[in-house]
Design a protein around this ligand. Sequence first.
Ligand code: HEC
Length: 292
Amino acid sequence: MKPRTPVYITIAIILVILFIMYFMFIQNISFLSSPYFWFTVVIAAILAMIQHAIGDLIENDKFKSLSDTEKAEYLQSKQTPYFKSLFESAFKKQPAGDEKDLLIDHGFDGIMELDNQLPRWWLGLFYFGVAYCIIYMLSYWLTDFANPIKEYDAEYKAQTASIAEYVKNTPPPTIENAEYSPDNIAAGEEVFKTNCVSCHGEGGRGGIGPNLTDNAWINQPEKTLFKNVFHMVENGSPNNPAMQAWGKNGVLTGFDIQNVAAYVYHINQEQNPITPAEGGAAPQGTVANWEK
Ligand code: HEC
């Protein structure tokens, strides 16, 4: 007869398992302050103590049927503290006598196979893993828990909603409040490539539309370069319908115009002009003196 695991160890293990289970479903530790969690803990602890008490009764019964030496041996083994005996049993070698009983009737090259019992902790972990797997699979297939497609959907919806909310609460820039920002150049380049490159050429070198990299401008309705570009894209050219009113026609939003104006400002002010010798269109209009 072997001494049994103390009840506080069983309760501690149950506590850890409950913690893992709750954490798995709730995904944060807020349940620690929930009465449901502590209710399950108390119920589980009571069940563990009942189980232990029943174990005590069975143990008493068995003890009576032991011989005197076995009784003495058992009482002796009960003296060793639980963790000490656990440690010792982990490193204990099988006595040769026990091995004879476990021997399976085949071997090879002097190596014999023993039919040892699996350690209890190993079996416990195994059954826990099986139970965990079943619960996980059932909740995966039958509930919304841990389903990547549903999680993705929910996140996607939340994000589109927050973008819509942002756009609704942030009116698009107008010529009055639009500002140049280097952060908008890359986005502006995309707008340019999609809508403008067919007429204004690669990098704004010019073609059907004028060269946007030099300092000669046909239309100069505004005092600063950035506002001038915004104005032209918003309203189009009064002289040439080929340059349509992208903003007024509703093709581009205020955000797009602010971005593309930053791009045109960038290629005009922060890069060297593409001269006719380099494949740029010849300057058109008059030299501009932009205010800063
Ligand atoms: C269908 C051809 C075409 C497209 C597409 C086009 N433009 Fe133009 N753009 C022109 C023409 C032609 C002019 C010259 C208008 C004039 O003579 O007044 C012009 C003029 C301009 C001017 C003023 C230049 C100056 O010297 O006065 C700017 C700035 C400009 N376009 C920017 C853009 C931007 C930004 C886009 C893209 C959103 C774009 N354009 C798309 C043909 C086009």
